[in-house]
Design a protein. Structure first.
Length: 259
């Protein structure tokens, strides 16, 4: 297998850490995000530190044609994408009927539609070569409904289902699909998602630890990876057996802001 990884949402947080991990192993990169300055800074850092080649593509995955433009850019540059890391995503807080619908529509575009489009475009090449790896970044939010983050939780449930389904479709190939489901992570997600004051993030994991967990799982071809053993136990062995109304109340309480 070749060794070029395309990382979306690469300008900061978990995405930047994925890029650092891959570069440290000698892999080339295609760095995708909206902030060109941040991408160029990361490009310089990684090229200087590891002697790899990093290509910057500035793109807003909230735009419907963004995946096609990214794909066209790598094709015209004759860059073979061996690893696709669908990391870009964002959330938002508040009751669904009180939120700006346009923000939730953009969230669905980034978290689901652009992810699916990128996967479809690059997966065809991977299957033809019979080689490749895909990592989708979802969330532990995928495993239960999320009052006060209704659309965000639903988008992550979609990603978990989608990733596992295509993994099974690829079972007779050398291409794998892995989904990473972290709990709270200390990144810019909190501010961007209007989640300041939600106590769940008080003990958030570092983006470095989460990225390593996901990257290692991808390289092993694992199906689903949760970054914390306690969360994995809770979601697999406690949550499924709770009465639905109790679960919904607990889920909402976890998202409520301190006064």
């Amino acid at each position: 297998m070749g060794n070029t990884a395309l990382v979306t949402g690469a300008s900061s947080g978990i995405g930047a850490e994925f890029a650092r991990l891959h570069a440290a192993k000698g892999g080339n990169l295609v760095l995708v995000a909206r902030r060109e300055d941040a991408l160029n800074q990361l490009k310089s850092e990684l090229e200087n530190a590891y002697g790899i080649k990093a290509t910057v593509i500035v793109a807003d995955l909230a735009q419907p044609d963004s995946a096609e433009k990214i794909f066209a850019a790598t094709e015209s540059a004759e860059i073979q994408i061996d690893i696709l890391i669908n990391n870009a995503g964002f959330g938002g807080h508040g009751k669904f009927h009180e939120r700006d619908l346009a923000k939730d529509q953009a969230m669905m575009q980034v978290n689901m539609v652009s992810l699916v489009n990128l996967t479809h475009l690059y997966l065809q090449r991977m299957v033809k070569r019979n080689s490749g790896k895909i990592l989708h970044v979802a969330s532990t939010a995928a495993f239960l409904p999320g009052p006060l983050q209704a659309v965000y939780y639903a988008t992550k449930a979609f990603v978990v289902s989608f990733s596992q389904a295509i993994a099974q479709e690829l079972a007779d190939t050398n291409v794998t699909s892995t989904v990473l489901c972290p709990g709270a992570v200390a990144t810019g997600f909190v501010a961007a998602g209007e989640l300041d004051g939600v106590s769940l993030w008080d003990k958030a994991a570092s983006p470095q630890s989460v990225a390593k967990c996901g990257y290692d799982a991808m390289m092993k071809g694992e199906l689903v990876k949760i970054n914390e053993a306690s969360l994995s136990f809770m979601l697999n062995w406690v949550v499924p057996f709770l009465p639905r109304k109790t679960l919904l109340k607990m889920s909402q309480q976890a998202m409520e802001k301190s006064k």
